[in-house]
Every structure is written in C-alpha cells, then in structure tokens.
Design a protein around this ligand. Structure first.
Ligand code: GDP
Ligand code: MG
Length: 597
C-alpha cells in the first residue's frame, strides 16, 4: 500500500466516554463488517470485558475508507484499554501509531484517565484530534468541554469534532478528520525489515499470535525472522490483517499493522516492544524497548476444595498463556493448604483473573489479603523482597522496611472534595497539588500503595457517589514504620489474614478486623476467641459466643422437608468453609474482613 494512503491511530478516552461505541460506528459505517454480523462493542471480545464494560486486551482493526478526495485509504485502529491497571498496554500500542482521537464525553468533561491517556499519546508524539461525544445528551456542554480541554490538557480544541457515537451524528466527519488531520506513516520499503512487536496472545487454534507494526522493509510469509531481544529465530507460517476477523495476506509493508504466527510456543517467548527483523541481512538498529510490565499486587489463591488444586494449576497455566503480565508460583499455607501466590498489575487485574478462574474454569477460590512488595532490609545488611506477609522475618532481624508509593491524580466535583481529602489523609496520603478545572477539583496525592490495594476505589466511588475519577503511577519506595499484624482464631494463627500495617494504624485495623470476623464466622458449639496481634502483643480481641441449642430442631421441629432442605443448604455452605483447627471460616470472610469502612 502507498504510505500516503495509510492512517494509523488509536482512541484515547476515560472509561465510559464512548471509545468502544465509536470504534463500532467506524467499523459499521465503512461496511468493514456486514450489518447482520454487527454486535455491540465488537472489539471487546471477552465475555468479562463485555460484562464489566472494559477493554482488557488491546485490539486492532483495519478499515477501508474512500475519502472525500476520492482516494481509498487504509485506516488501522488499535483499541487500547481504558483502565489504570492496564496503562502499560496503552503505552505499548501508542508507539505503533501516529495519531489519536481524544474522545471526551461532552456531558462529563475531562476525567483522570482522559489526562493519563492523552499524556501517553503526547509522549508518543501523536497528532491529536479532539472528539466530543454524546452531543445528543441534553446535558452536553460542548463549549465548556472544549475550553476545559484547552485549559487542562493544553491542546487546541477549536476544531473538535462533535459527534454522537450512539446516534451516528458526526461519524463521517471523524473519518475525514482521520484522513486530513492525522499524518501518514513514514518508512522505507527497500530497507531491511524492522517491525515492532506490539502485543501477543495465545489462540487455541493458532498458538501464539503476534501483533506487529512494520516500520521499514517488508514482512513476508515463509520468511525466517529474528526477535532481536533474545535472538530467537522463527519461521513465519502466517501473516494477515484484522478486519476485525483474521484475513491472510502475503506481505505487510512499511506503515502496516497486522499479525503473524510462527509456531511460537508461549506468550512469554515474545516480549512486547521487541524488534523483529529477518534472520539474514536484518536491521542493526533495535527500536527503543518498552518498560516491562511488572506485577505490583500479590495475593494467594487457594481452592476452596483442596481436591481442586490440580485443576487450579491447569487453569492458571492456561490463563498465563494469554497474559504474560500475571505471575504465579506455588504456595503452601498452614491453614489453606496448597495454592498459588499470584502477582498482578493492580486490583482490577486481580479481580479479572480471579473471576475468570471461577467462571471459566469453575473453581471456587479463597483469595488472601492483597499485598504489595515490601523491601525488607535486614540487620545483616541483606535485603528481602517481601511478597507475602506470612514470610515476614522475625522483627529483631529487621533493620527497616520500605514500601511502594504512588502518585494519584483524582478529579472530583467541588462538593465532594472534602470527603476525598479526608479519605486520602486517612490512607496516609501527602497532598502534592490541588487545582481547579472548571467546577472540578484536581488533587494529586502521594499515597502508600498498600493503602490503595484493598478498597480505595470502592471507597472513593462511594464517598463521591461515583463522580470522582482516579489514576495513578508508581513513584518509588520509601521507609516507614511497618509491622506485621497476625490474626488468631481460637488461638490458631490464620496466616492468610496476616497483613503489613503502619504502626499507628495497627490498633484500629486490628479492632475492625476482629469485629468483622466476629460477624463473618458463624457460631460454633464452643466459644471462639478472635485476636489480632503484633509479635506477641495482643492489640484487639473479640469473642464469638457458643451456640447453645440446635436451631433447626427448635424452630422447624414439625416440618421435616423444610428441615432437610436447611440441612442441605448447610452442607452446601460447608463446602465453602475452611477448617482452622476446630473452627470453620467461610470463604467470603477472607476478603470481606479486609475491607475497611
Ligand atoms: P468506553 O468505556 O469508552 O469504551 O465506552 P462505551 O463505548 O462502552 O460507552 C459507554 C456508555 O455510553 C455505553 O452505555 C454507550 O451506549 C454510551 N454511549 C456511547 N456513545 C454515546 C453517545 O454518543 N450518546 C449517548 N447518549 N450515549 C453514548
Ligand atoms: Mg470500551
């Protein structure tokens, strides 16, 4: 294809501002997909994405478009995920394209993820076309939002395209703007092959599929290619483009985006940001690499039914084929038996993986307290990366502990600002900045990540009635007064409930945790003490009183079927319990006990 007739772009937006709907509309209005095959949010393929309305894997589609100038153009759209946990995927796909559509909901205005995503586009040197969506809504205020884009982001919004992705208003203008306002790619077809590995995933039929952007030279079927980061050589079996289904082609030239398969066994063998060239007479110059994605949140996953351990292992192996960013290693817990310690990019990522394990593989799981990675400096001068509070060394051997901190940006309507400040303050935050963008406040806080991983999003949402938006980045490690808090149920330590807490918060946290567990653990035939302790010191205590009588016999003495039904229910419920010494703890206690409200 003639380079001047190609446009490569992505769409950046805050979640729910209409990115997927716009992508659908672009695909539909160019007849890329026949109307009868069109379903909503075509690019969001996984069920869980549809349900949660988030795009997890970057997706891509090639669109043919005949512009008003009479020429036929090829438009390559790379759809990027909109959630903070997946920022690494946004940055990787940004570097494969030259421009972005900045979609802003005209009834909402600029939000935290609008900012985070547009700055990534600016970093990648993109030409940016602002698009104001949802102008069909009575609450739309396009002029105010244009002004806000100029004030807050600092890009010209006078030529913003006004659209409704829902009704289709303005879609032809978006297509024209892509052609006339975004730059064509550049590249040299006669130079040695240089292509960027943008993404990769596991396909049940094809094995590992690699998304590539050709920079220079041409990629041909049947060729032998080299991944420059690890010098592995592969034979290209298949190349093609997404329309959005896979369509084979014979070559991909400069500026083009497509896929290849090459009998690659595992996603792990392909590193994102790598340079692909030919085995012989390849390019010398590697592309600047991308930052690797590293797990920041860890938790233990254990099967409720210990007989399902092997099933869990298989399921985790399968999921890891598709998601090289989540890590796992076997873990044994005195209380929970065999399971896995898994690492995630953030809390949403954790939830997504846990849901997929439960749903797609039908395994009921106990999730232990999420934890960040602490750097524990020992008195002998060595340092341990602590992924699991249960492994915390004896306090006398520890010199100091450092914890990861984040820079969080929160946008919130004025009236909720006080509550947001209080929440951040309660979570040991240090305010860095407070400015206004129209009637919305933008606060920037330096916060410990461990105070964010439990339920910060949930709390933020509830105190602001859903009107706040949030984004964060890691800023580094800092020493603080951290201690390990243990929980003892009936005098037995429950390692799955161990956590690292700040010394000044330990008493309050311990008290809340014991109170919650008292609610969550059912009464037994004997009295159950619940204690929180730091080292040998008990900091909080509750007692669950003994159950005196057989409740079912008492209440439903006459009705035998009802009684049996209740007993069946109890039995089913028991499966979701875990035995700790003589005490049974329900599955949901592990996660619910950790939520702080
Ligand atoms: P994404 O999270 O940015 O991908 O947003 P979606 O495309 O999933 O859209 C979020 C919600 O906004 C969905 O319920 C859409 O139907 C709705 N939506 C998208 N575009 C428009 C629009 O132009 N007008 C109205 N009224 N609703 C829209
Ligand atoms: Mg979407």
């Amino acid at each position: 294809t003639d380079l001047s007739r190609i446009r490569n772009f992505s769409i950046v937006a805050h979640i729910d501002h209409g990115k997927s709907t716009l992508a659908d509309r672009l695909i539909q209005s160019t007849s890329t997909v026949a109307d009868r095959d069109m379903k909503a949010q075509l690019l969001d393929s996984m069920d869980i994405e549809r349900e949660r309305g988030i795009t997890i894997k970057a997706n891509t589609v090639r669109i043919d478009y005949t512009a008003n100038d009479g020429n036929a153009y090829v438009l390559n759209l790379i759809d990027t995920p909109g959630h903070v946990d997946f920022a690494y995927e946004v940055s990787r796909s940004m570097r494969a394209v030259e421009g972005s559509l900045l979609v802003v909901d005209a009834s909402q205005g600029v939000e935290a993820q609008t900012l985070a995503n547009v700055y990534q586009a600016i970093d990648a040197d993109h030409e940016i076309v602002p698009v104001l969506n949802k102008i069909d809504l009575p609450a739309a205020e396009p002029d105010r939002v244009k002004e806000q884009i100029e004030d807050v982001i600092g890009i010209d919004a006078s030529d913003a395209v006004m659209i409704s992705a829902k009704t289709g208003i303005g879609i032809p203008d978006v297509l024209e703007a892509i052609v006339t306002r975004l730059p064509a790619p550049t590249g040299d077809a006669t130079a040695p092959l240089k292509a960027m590995l943008v993404d990769s995933w596991y396909d049940a039929y094809l094995g590992v599929v690699v998304l590539v952007r050709v920079i220079d030279g041409t990629l041909k079927k049947g060729e032998r290619i080299r991944f420059m980061s690890n010098n592995t050589v592969h034979h290209v079996d298949r190349i093609g483009v997404f329309r959005p289904g896979m369509q084979p082609v014979d070559i991909l030239g400069p500026g083009e985006i497509g896929f290849l398969t090459a009998s690659i066994k595992e996603v792990r063998d392909t590193s994102v940001g790598d340079t692909i060239t030919t085995e012989k007479k390849g390019t010398e110059a590697m592309l600047p690499g991308f930052a690797p994605s590293i797990p920041v949140v860890f938790c233990g996953l254990f099967p409720v039914d210990s007989a399902e351990f092997e099933d869990l292992r298989d399921a985790i192996d399968k999921l890891r084929l598709n998601d090289a960013s989540f890590s796992s290693e076997m873990e044994t817990s005195a209380a929970l038996g065999f399971g896995f310690r898994c690492g995630f990019l953030g809390l949403l990522h954790l939830e997504v993986i846990r849901d997929r394990l439960e749903r797609e593989y039908d395994i009921e799981l106990i999730t232990t307290a999420p934890s960040v990675i602490y750097n524990v400096y020992m008195t002998d001068g060595s340092m341990i990366e602590l992924h699991n509070p249960a492994d915390m060394p004896d306090a006398v051997q520890v010199d100091r502990i450092e914890e990861p901190r984040i820079k969080a940006t929160i946008l919130v309507p004025d009236e909720y600002l006080g509550d947001v400040l209080k929440l951040c303050q309660d979570r040991r935050g240090v305010q860095l900045d407070l400015t206004y963008a129209g009637s919305r406040a933008m606060v920037v806080y330096d916060l410990p990540l461990n105070e964010v991983v439990f339920d910060f999003y949930d709390r933020l949402k509830s105190v602001t009635k859903g009107y706040a938006s949030f984004d964060y980045q890691m800023i580094g490690y800092q020493e603080d007064q951290l201690v390990k808090m243990q929980v003892l149920v009936n005098d037995e330590p429950v390692d799955a409930l161990s956590m690292m807490v700040h010394r000044t918060r330990a008493d309050a946290r311990g008290r809340v945790l014991c109170e919650k567990l008292k609610e969550l653990i059912p009464q037994h035939m004997f009295k159950i003490p619940i204690q929180a302790a730091i080292g040998g010191r008990i900091i909080a205590r509750e007692t669950i009183s003994a159950l005196r009588k057989d409740v079912t016999a008492k209440c439903y003495g006459g009705d035998a079927t009802r009684k049996r039904k209740l007993l069946d229910k109890q039995k089913a419920g028991k499966k979701k319990m875990r035995q700790f010494g003589r005490v049974e703890i329900p599955q949901e206690a592990f996660i619910n006990a950790l939520k702080m409200d």
